[in-house]
Ligand binder design. Structure first.
Ligand code: PXP
Length: 241
C-alpha cells in the first residue's frame, strides 16, 4: 500500500492570485521527501488547476510513481503519451462539477475504450487504471478491457453520515477489491479520504495498492505542515499493514 498525493489543490491556491506560487512541483518534492510514493494530478479540459506546463515540470521533478488522472479525450491521450507517466487513471469529467463526481459508467464507455483508448497505449509502458464505483458490473467490464488496475471510488464511503452507511460502503469496497484482485487487476482507491476515515478503510479493504489523496491532505497541511501531514497519512497506512 502506498500514498500518492494529489497536488491539484496546490495549483488551485497558486491560480487564485496568478502568482507563481505555491508551486505543485515544489510541493510534490516535499511530499516525496516526506514518504509519499508518488504524485497524482488531474489535468482537466478547462485547466482549472493543473496547467499543461505543470505536467511537464511534475514529470521532471517526481522520482516515484506519477499518476496522470484524465478524461479520455484525444487531447489528453496525446499529452499523456508524450509525458509518459507510470500510470494514467481515466475518470469521467464534466465542466460543471466541483470535483470528480462518480466512477466511470463502464457500459457506456466500453466500446470507445476498447476501440480507441486502450489501443492508443498498446505501444507504451503506461499502465491504465479505471476509476469505478465498487460495483460488480463496472469492475468486470474493466477486467474485460484488460485494464491493469481499477481505482475504487471512495467518495460515497467518505460522505456516509451514519455508522450503518459507512459499514455498508466499506463492505462494498471490500467486495469490489476482492473481485478486482481475483480478476488480476491492481486495486487503487481514492476520493474524499482524510485523517479520520482512512484507517477504517485500509484496515477493512484488502489488496490496496495506490491510495490517492488530495483535498484533505492539502487542507491538513495548512495546520500541520506538508511534511508532517504526509507522515500522518503514511503512518495510518503502515499501521494497517
Ligand atoms: N482519485 C480520483 C480519481 C479523483 O478524481 C480525485 C479528486 O481529484 C482523487 C482521487 C482525490 O480526491 P480528494 O481530493 O478528495 O482526496
Amino acid at each position: 500500500m502506498q500514498l500518492l498525493v494529489n497536488v491539484d489543490h496546490v495549483a488551485t491556491l497558486r491560480n487564485a492570485r496568478g502568482e507563481g506560487y505555491p508551486d505543485p512541483a515544489e510541493a510534490a518534492k516535499v511530499c516525496e521527501q516526506s514518504g509519499a510514493s508518488g504524485i497524482v494530478f488531474h489535468l482537466r479540459k478547462d485547466r482549472r488547476h493543473i496547467k499543461t506546463e505543470d505536467v511537464y515540470r511534475l514529470k521532471e521533478t517526481v522520482t516515484g510513481n506519477l499518476d496522470f488522472e484524465m478524461a479520455a479525450t484525444d487531447e489528453m491521450l496525446t499529452i499523456s503519451k508524450d509525458v509518459n507517466p507510470e500510470l494514467i487513471t481515466l475518470v469521467p469529467e464534466s465542466r460543471e462539477e466541483l470535483t470528480t463526481e462518480g466512477g466511470l459508467d463502464m457500459k457506456t464507455v466500453f466500446e470507445d475504450f476498447r476501440d480507441r483508448v486502450f489501443p492508443a497505449y498498446e505501444d507504451t509502458n503506461i499502465a491504465i487504471s479505471l476509476f469505478v464505483d465498487p460495483n460488480e458490473k463496472d469492475i468486470e467490464l474493466a477486467a474485460k478491457l484488460g485494464s491493469d488496475a481499477i481505482e475504487l471510488h471512495t467518495g460515497t464511503y467518505a460522505n456516509a453520515t451514519t455508522e450503518a452507511d459507512r459499514n455498508h460502503e466499506l463492505s462494498r469496497l471490500k467486495e469490489g477489491a476482492e473481485l478486482a484482485h481475483s480478476l488480476n487487476m491492481k486495486v487503487n482507491a481514492g476520493h474524499g479520504l482524510n485523517l479520520d476515515n482512512l484507517a477504517p478503510l485500509v484496515e477493512t479493504v484488502p489488496h490496496l495498492n495506490d491510495i490517492s489523496i488530495g483535498h484533505a491532505l492539502v487542507s491538513s497541511a495548512l495546520f500541520f505542515g506538508l511534511d508532517n501531514t504526509v507522515k500522518k497519512f503514511t503512518a495510518i497506512m503502515q499501521n494497517a499493514e
